[in-house]
Write a protein that binds this ligand. Structure first.
Ligand SMILES: [Cu+2]
Length: 241
């Protein structure tokens, strides 16, 4: 091959590689970062984060995937994202509305609450008419193997935070599970779960995720929504102050 032909071949090969790289960056990585981030501001060293987890979602591409939602504190709208930001050196008070039915954990170790203030969560059950079912329980375990009682988990491994999220009352779930997302408190049975944890003193990006194999239709339930930002995994951006 002549020298000009070799140079031309090299340039073409180089452009193909650059083009592929650009495609991957824009199509996959860029596609994820287009999700909105919900920003939570602290007051008095505390910040209130509101989440819900649903049996489905209102996306056009994957409406049958289980999904988390994050509530915008300004508009009170439920945003289909799993990206949120909180300040560093702050107590994060998390409220999760659990609308999805139960799935057992693969490793029941994660039925134990870890890394929260006091090592516990509080759980209250409500029926589809908003009526409270029994008292609020403070507990350090929601045993996913003992009964139908864990829907998903909220875990931030780098901070040692592991929280099983209660599913609604099993009988009510069977009859009246939320079928349209984002779910609302009226018309759907749900669990209300609260816990707190502390953010580190410095900023950083922390992955959070569900550990219940809830990717229905995927091998061992561990793909699909489980590995996709905006569904069962997300990022908590801790912002230095
Ligand atoms: Cu899940």
């Amino acid at each position: 091959m002549s020298v000009p032909a070799r140079v031309a071949a090299l340039i073409v090969a180089f452009l193909v590689v650059v083009g592929l790289g650009a495609f991957v960056a824009v199509y996959y990585i860029g596609g994820q970062s287009s999700l909105p981030t919900v920003n939570y501001a602290a007051s008095g060293g505390q910040v209130n984060v509101m989440l819900q987890e649903d049996p489905q979602n209102n996306s056009s591409s994957k409406p049958d995937w289980v999904s988390y939602y994050v509530q915008d504190p300004a508009t009170r709208q439920w945003v289909h994202t799993t990206l949120f930001s909180v300040p560093a050196h702050t107590t994060v008070n998390v409220t999760i509305y659990g609308y999805d039915g139960c799935t057992p954990l693969r490793n029941n170790f994660f039925s134990g609450v870890q890394g929260t203030v006091g090592g516990t969560v509080s759980v209250t059950q409500f029926n589809q008419h908003g009526k409270r079912l029994g008292p609020t329980r403070n507990t350090s375990t929601i045993n996913s193997w003992a009964d139908c009682n864990v829907g998903h988990t909220f875990a931030i491994p780098a901070l040692g935070v592991y929280v099983p999220v209660a599913s609604p009352d099993a009988r009510l779930s069977a009859d009246d599970l939320c079928a349209s997302s984002p779910c609302t408190r009226q018309g759907n049975p749900y669990s209300l779960e609260k816990f707190s944890f502390k953010t580190p003193d410095h900023g950083g990006l922390y992955r959070w995720q569900c550990l219940v194999p809830c990717g229905g239709g995927y091998l061992d339930g561990n793909s699909g929504p489980m590995q996709t930002v905006g569904y069962m995994m997300g990022e908590m951006d801790v912002v230095a102050r």
